[in-house]
Ligand binder design. Sequence first.
Ligand code: SAH
Length: 394
Amino acid sequence: MSYKKVYLKPGKEESLRRFHPWIFSGAIHHIEGEPEEGEVVSVYTSQREFVAVGHFQVGSIAVRVLSFQDELIDHAFWVRKLRSAYALRRAIGIAGRPDNNTFRLVHGEGDNLPGLVIDLYAGTAVMQAHSVGMHVSRMDIADALLEVAGDVVQNIYYKSETTLPYKAELDAENGFIRGGSADNVAMEYGLKFHVDWLKGQKTGFFVDQRENRALLERYARDRSVLNMFCYTGGFSFYAMRGGARLVHSVDSSAKAIDLTNENVQLNFPGDPRHQAFAEDAFKYLDRMGDQYDLIILDPPAFAKHKDALRNALQGYRKLNAKAFEKIRPGGILFTFSCSQVVTKENFRTAVFTAAALSGRSVRILHQLTQPADHPVNIYHPEGEYLKGLVLYVE
Ligand code: SAH
């Protein structure tokens, strides 16, 4: 079997020779046949040399590369790819721990599977397609996943209603495509979380902060903690386990606050140290006093596109300035940005400016990023999106 062929303009294969996994529509000279969106296509140089196979899509990224070898995208292919992804999670020691059944099994480009995210929560894998091709391939991927990771995956929940390009009119519905389970309590490093894969953000939980939460636990003893943008309360329970004096969780979403309270009940029933508030971050930071000496700022992505960068940096400046203003002397600030378009340097500059404005003495204790189950493909540096700083504020 051969796939429909995409021919590039002269010289446009250069980034593919460096294994970058995207082909932009502007690089394409012509396409033979009329591939449907999501179909697998073969890509050739203007000299008719093979360069890659990938998923075709209408849009600025026209092809997402699945392989740089001339191979079939069949069951054996998906098995190989998923096996490699699962092997990495075992190699880093996150799969197979008795105190942990939550991790990212597939991280898109980071696992050479552009457009596909799979998070594991207890026995349920939540699969999210960001490309039409991965949507079209979802049943093949599900079969391969059960074959490769059947020891940890019993159910597969497909959750792509909001992540697929709406112009493709796929009408994807969220739901179980293999098995089914109402048990939605997962465990991360011994702490329990309700995961709302039906309605929750992303795949239901922010797996990407796991290592940063674990680090926070080490600093929490006897501190008064503010977990701003708490969502399901992740950082709060680590702080409580670490011996915090009090923990306040804040999120503007009432639903998030309900989830946080439920999770407190799961882990520390009736513990009076925790309180949660549904309130806007900026309002809360303005009205709060100076009682906190450990503050976490983990806002949603302020910039989803390059055009929004300036405003986003201003947002990070303002937010961090408020924390510097109020945090107690000797306090520790965990501050993050998950916007892909905001670089590490951009973020540092925004935080530095905020620190300078506050006039406080600030030192960097840690520079944080995404955990190892969110690997960065060395040929796709854009995949590094999570940035964090841990600061000591005198
Ligand atoms: N720290 C969380 C993830 C945060 S996601 C974790 O570890 O899981 C970002 C959160 O910010 C969302 O829950 C969203 O509801 C909340 N949010 C967005 N805008 C906000 C605002 N202006 N004030 C307070 N919370 C806000």
